[in-house]
Design a protein. Structure first.
Length: 276
């Protein structure tokens, strides 16, 4: 459901936008302004400065908006520890997560109005666009129909939820274990799978977020680390659990695929993704 006019924020639930930042100045302005420019205006931005040494905090402080709340970490931590600490500062009914190199379409929040008013759903996700910075090119992430309800099987077999497309009720986030601080890359994947096993999703087919691929986050090293962390996750998973047991072959296929592309040159990875 798209809402073109800005909503009366006094009558709408508060959304806490969690943005953890470490030296993200290059694209930070675009991320922040994509929140400010939302049609849905009842939000707060929890900006967690993970001890940045660049101009990120200076950029953040140029915005004179009481809804933007700045927190400086006492020490630099892992991404997922920082996310958890930032979420503790949230006061909203819902938590959304935006990486500081991604950005939202103006209707990212307003398109969730049905979800906000449907207590039978616990989290929401949408399609997204991939933006390749070097080539200045957008690609829709998937043409698949996104499932609502209990989507664990769908995620195990067909789809990867991007955290910048994800919103969850804050009481659910507080009730469940939070992001696993032992991961550096696959913590989003592990968290969403864990939530999807127990809770119902509300899907939005439209791409509402833009996931940026650039030199800093599209390194061969990151692909190798993703494989290693996924392997550790796979080996530690209890496949006696029925949900995981019936999907083990799909997890195994993903592991083999990640192993294949672990040392593959980046241009071949792009070809593989384009033809998936």
């Amino acid at each position: 459901m798209m809402i073109d006019n800005k909503l009366n924020h006094n009558q709408k639930p508060l959304v806490s936008v969690i943005m953890s930042c470490f030296n993200g100045s290059k694209f930070l302005k675009e991320a922040i302004e994509s929140v400010i420019n939302q049609n849905y205006q009842n939000w707060e931005l929890i900006f967690w400065d993970n001890k940045s040494t660049d101009s990120s905090p200076v950029i953040l402080k140029t915005y004179n908006d009481e809804r933007i709340k700045y927190f400086l970490a006492t020490e630099h931590t892992s991404l997922y520890t920082a996310r958890n600490l930032a979420a503790e500062k949230a006061t909203g009914d819902f938590l959304a997560f935006l990486d500081c190199d991604d950005w939202w379409n103006t209707n990212f929040l307003s398109s969730r109005s049905v979800f906000f008013n449907s207590p039978e759903y616990h989290f929401s996700y949408s399609n997204c666009n991939h933006y390749f910075q070097k080539k200045d090119r957008f690609e829709k992430f998937t043409n698949k129909h996104l499932d609502s309800g209990f989507i664990f099987d769908f995620l195990a077999r067909e789809y990867l939820v991007k955290i910048s497309c994800f919103i969850i009720r804050r009481d659910i986030f507080q009730k469940e274990s939070k992001f696993n601080k032992n991961y550096n890359i696959i913590g989003d994947y592990e968290y969403v799978m864990r939530i999807a096993e127990k809770y119902k999703a509300f899907a939005i087919q439209e791409p509402l977020a833009n996931i940026r691929f650039h030199q800093s986050n599209f390194l061969d090293l990151n692909r190798k680390m993703f494989f290693e962390e996924y392997l550790n996750w796979f080996l530690s998973t209890d496949f006696r659990n029925e949900n995981y047991k019936k999907n083990k072959k799909y997890f195994s296929r993903q592991l083999l695929k990640l192993r294949l592309i672990r040392y593959m040159p980046s241009f071949l990875v792009n070809i593989l993704k384009k033809n998936r």
